[in-house]
Design a protein around this ligand. Structure first.
Ligand SMILES: [Cu+2]
Length: 339
């Protein structure tokens, strides 16, 4: 009788500690995801499904060559028109699903809006716009190895040319003119992505790194292809609480210049109309710094497990191949929810 009465609180304590542990296991830490600007950073367990939405803005202004600044006047000495500023918005709707613990599949549908202001030698400014579907990304993440706090996975992806390479708008040269390379919505080619991602999770902080390459295959219908790209990301995040974390990220990026050229831009390129129509002026090297904040709701109720994240990225170093617009900064805001 006495023994039984002792057992009861003991069992209750045990049950409590088990349920507390189970609860701790299901409490999400904000830092189990990378900064929102990194794609394909995490994998899922079998039968998990995740939806995400990201909005990205990139602003460019002024021109440069190599790491030198060029004034509008300098550009207009050699060209009839100089780009003044450019603004790009991208909406990204993402889906992730894991058919097995090892494999996570991804799909991303993108919509892009671009706007560019140019100035001619008379000081007259005009603006062109393009918007529509961008390229669609399919991906597969394969878990290679988990050891201790470390996770390593392989990133594989295919980009489908759903974005237009025939964007047109009215310009002082005429109505419905074909826009330069930077104002187009897609690559026009099937592009292959290959990468490797490492994550290391701790209770209060996390580290991660990703190397990613994009290879453009073949040539598009306008007889050119965008340059191949390589990126290296390294980040660290620090938890402020279970729900909030701050992150810092370095991104090194190389982009080769466009191969081939679009015959529809040839006349403008040959008459030095604007540097934006020169296919050789499209590559470069960048070192960017990103600062971010991640939030995950751990409150009971409808918003449990919803994530919201923000990241602002600025170039620390910019080395442009030829005369191009300079990058001012880029920000991404995103929402994610796993089911
Ligand atoms: Cu996910």
């Amino acid at each position: 009788m006495k023994r039984k009465s002792l057992m009861k609180p003991l069992m209750a304590a045990l049950a409590f500690s088990v349920s507390a542990q189970a609860h701790e296991g299901s409490t999400h830490n904000a830092n189990t995801h990378a900064p929102i600007g990194v794609m394909g950073d995490h994998t899922h367990n079998q039968d998990e499904f995740m939806m995400s939405y990201r909005f990205m803005n990139m602003a460019m202004s002024g021109m440069g060559s190599g790491s030198q600044n060029l004034s509008t006047e300098q550009v207009l000495n050699d060209y009839m028109m100089a780009p003044i500023e450019m603004d790009m918005n991208m909406h990204m709707l993402g889906f992730m699903y894991a058919p097995t613990d090892r494999l996570t599949l991804m799909a991303m549908i993108n919509h892009s809006e671009k706007e560019m202001t140019m100035e001619n030698r008379m000081g007259m400014q005009f603006r062109t716009q393009s918007s529509g579907s961008a390229d669609t990304k399919l991906g597969a993440l394969y878990r290679l190895k988990n050891w201790g706090n470390n996770r390593l996975h392989l990133n594989m992806g295919l980009s489908l040319p759903t974005g237009s390479i025939n964007t047109k708008d009215d310009t002082p040269m005429g109505e419905n003119m074909i826009l330069p390379y930077g104002m187009r919505l897609g690559s026009g080619t099937y592009d292959v992505n290959v990468g490797l991602t490492w994550n290391q999770y701790h209770e209060t902080h996390a580290f991660g790194a990703q190397i990613m390459s994009t290879y453009r295959t073949g040539e598009n219908d306008a007889n050119y292809r965008l340059g191949h790209e390589s990126q290296l990301h390294a980040w660290a995040s620090k938890n402020l609480s279970n729900s909030w974390s701050l992150s810092a990220r370095l991104e090194a990026k190389n982009r080769q210049s466009i191969k081939g050229s679009d015959a529809r831009l040839m006349m403008m390129a040959n008459t030095n109309m604007t540097p934006a129509t020169n296919a050789d002026f499209s590559g470069g090297n960048w070192l960017n710094l990103g600062l971010g904040v991640n939030f995950i709701s751990n409150s009971a109720g409808a918003f449990n497990g919803h994530r919201v994240a923000f990241e602002y990225k600025v170039p620390l170093l910019e080395d442009l191949a030829g005369i191009q617009m300079q990058n001012d900064g880029m920000w991404t805001i995103g929402w994610q929810k796993a089911f």
